[in-house]
Design a protein around this ligand. Structure first.
Ligand SMILES: Cc1ncc(COP(=O)(O)O)c(C=O)c1O
Length: 347
């Protein structure tokens, strides 16, 4: 007899982007990390919090971080919840809303973790095909599943739907529409206002990308208080440790540093995309901190392997709808110059 639930025994594990042990020797453009360090104010705050107090439990409701987020996004504090990475929120949203055998939907392609979460929950999965021009194939007039994850900007294409388009999708959904805005800070516009306007919209955010804090594991959601209260019931009660709570409260108030990093990354993205096109790549216009680009022979693996040989790590997906291209995170200007040089040699 197996001790495991059938769906756990049968499911495949999520495969995160590779973190090479000799990290310093690589140009690492495979997990959409920010190439710039966290704000100096965040580092100072973490150092100051590293002391005797670590023997005590953290503040269970993570109030300081929630207050900072509430102020920044213009919502009352009971519309905000903090999490140990936005992955934790995606997980708890599906746990809170989708029972075993009930349906959850997402686009194909999009963030591959959704399928892992659905498999753990024993949920039924419905996918809608997404084209490289942003068309969602076959989305019904009324979608009756319990939850629809929409990554906006999309991963890995980097496409973004405008707020009006997302509002229409929200109206078409009977269940919850979770707008995963992990990359929204790199885009023009976001869907935060929809949380107030549409009862079924939840927006999730992360500090892993635009705030350079992937290593701290910090995410948050904005939703109506009744949804936040449900998520609050099922989270680990001390989900954010003391250092993470210190970091989030400091990060969300250092607007100048955050804006400066984003501007540099977006400028590099635009320049890099144009240079890639000159090398004959087709590049999907991106609203995120990565681009999805395909070489003219549409053989993503060939280019991935050749870059790997040169210690440049990008993301290749073997999925039939993605294997013609590569997702390349935007690093510093110097890293992207080296990457272009390598790509022009590889041909
Ligand atoms: C679309 C999307 N959502 C969520 C996440 C998870 O972010 P976090 O680091 O906050 O768990 C990622 C991470 O790469 C992502 O690409």
């Amino acid at each position: 007899m197996s001790y495991l639930r059938n769906n756990i025994a049968e499911m495949a594990a999520y495969v995160p982007g590779f973190q090479p042990p000799d990290e310093a020797e690589w140009i690492k453009l495979n997990t959409n990390e920010n190439p710039y360090p966290p704000s100096p104010q965040v580092i100072e705050a973490i150092k100051a919090a590293t002391g005797d107090d670590l023997r005590k439990y953290p503040d269970a409701p993570s109030l300081a971080g929630r207050e900072a987020a509430a102020e920044l996004y213009g919502y009352p504090v009971d519309w905000v919840i903090m999490a140990n990475g936005s992955d934790e929120l995606l997980n708890n949203l599906i746990r809170a809303c989708v029972g075993e055998g009930e349906e959850v939907a997402y686009l194909q392609p999009s963030y591959s973790y959704y399928s892992t979460l659905a498999a753990v929950q024993g949920a039924r999965i419905k996918t809608f095909a997404l084209t490289e021009s942003g068309e969602i194939k076959g989305f019904p007039e009324r979608y009756t599943g319990k939850l629809f994850f929409l990554t906006n900007p999309n991963a890995p294409f980097g496409l973004r739907w405008g707020t009006e388009e997302v509002a229409v999708l929200a109206d078409q959904c009977d269940g919850l529409l979770v707008v995963d805005e992990a990359y929204a800070d790199f885009a023009v516009g976001n869907c935060l206002q929809l949380v107030r306007q549409k009862p079924n919209v939840v927006v999730t955010r992360t500090l892993s990308k635009s705030y350079s804090l992937a290593g701290m594991r910090l995410g948050l959601a904005i939703a109506r208080p009744e949804i936040i209260a449900a998520l609050d019931k099922i989270r680990d009660h001390y989900n954010l440790d003391r250092l993470a709570q210190t970091a989030v409260a400091a990060a969300l108030i250092d607007h100048d540093y955050w804006r400066d990093c984003i501007e540099r990354i977006c400028a590099t993205r635009e320049w890099f995309s144009a240079e890639l096109a000159k090398l004959g790549y087709s590049v999907i216009p991106s609203s995120a901190n990565y681009v999805f680009a395909s070489p003219s022979d549409r053989n993503g693996k060939r280019v991935y392997d050749a870059l790997y040989q040169r210690k440049i790590l990008v993301r290749y997906f073997s999925d039939p709808v993605l294997r013609h291209g590569l997702r390349i995170s935007i690093g510093t200007r110097a890293e992207m110059e080296k990457t272009l040089q390598a790509l022009s040699e590889i041909g």
